[in-house]
Design a protein around this ligand. Structure first.
Ligand code: HEM
Length: 221
């Protein structure tokens, strides 16, 4: 009997197996450095307000990577294309972009490079005063334990607890989306699209059938 031809997903997965996950870090950090250099040189979009543009650039890439991390499981379930090998690198790279975003805010925007004491006090004041910063800080703080435990050693030690803790990402991504929506001035479609996309991706993870069956046990009987 003739062997079955590989499916489209199998062919893509075969190609993806040749791509090393560390390439995500190489591309991510190269991008981060390139944008930093463009900001320093005041090139292109960085000609006006380079610090704010860099801050926004890093924030947006962080959000995109966080959403990309949420895409992995539904993509696998619906198309059989597997990006599982890249999920850790995508998540960690999102965290590094959030750190860079925060560093630009503290060191450059608030002047922490010259006066760290004043900048840190300002972070506290801003966190209390501006709701979008409060929400952003919450997302950053919740990301820290996930980043620290994104390694094989922690996975082995924490077992089931690891999975449960990493479900925090279902809270973090919406928080980041709300942070974006809240800081936008006037009506802007981009943050709304990120929030709707996140809501759809999270809805895909809910076991709706199981929920319905649990709600109406008579039917199952
Ligand atoms: C998971 C954490 C976070 C994510 C994903 C995130 C993402 C974003 C995004 C997408 C933007 C807008 C980019 C654009 O306009 O294209 C932004 C802007 C900004 N974020 Fe964050 N952020 C996070 C945490 C934080 C934290 C912790 C702070 C500060 C304590 C912060 C401060 C800011 C500031 C100051 C702006 C620019 C506001 C403006 O220009 O008016 N963010 N962030």
């Amino acid at each position: 009997m003739a062997a079955k031809a590989p499916t489209f997903a199998q062919r893509i997965n075969k190609g993806l197996r040749r791509v090393p996950p560390w390439l995500i870090y190489v591309i991510g950090f190269a991008w981060m450095g390139w944008e930093f250099w463009r900001a320093l040189s005041a090139i292109g979009p960085y000609a006006v307000e380079p610090i704010n543009v860099l801050e926004r650039e890093y924030g947006l890439r962080a959000l995109q990577l966080l959403v990309a991390g949420l895409v992995v499981t539904p993509l696998m379930r619906w198309t059989r294309v597997s990006l599982i090998r890249f999920r850790r690198a995508i998540g960690l790279m999102a965290f590094y972009f959030v750190l860079a975003h925060f560093a630009v805010f503290v060191l450059l925007d608030l002047g922490g490079f010259f006066d760290p004491g004043y900048a840190l006090a300002q972070v506290w004041t801003e966190t209390i005063k501006r709701p979008y910063i409060t929400v952003g800080m919450a997302a950053l703080v919740l990301l820290i334990p996930l980043a620290l435990t994104s390694n094989d050693w922690a996975m082995r030690r924490m077992r089931q607890g690891w999975k449960q803790m990493h479900r925090l990402v279902y809270v973090i991504v919406p928080l980041a989306g709300v942070h974006f929506l809240w800081l936008a001035k006037g009506f802007q479609i981009e943050p709304i699209l990120y929030l709707v996309g996140t809501a759809l991706l999270l809805a895909l993870r809910v076991d709706w059938r199981g929920l319905m069956e649990r709600k109406s046990p008579n039917k199952a009987a």
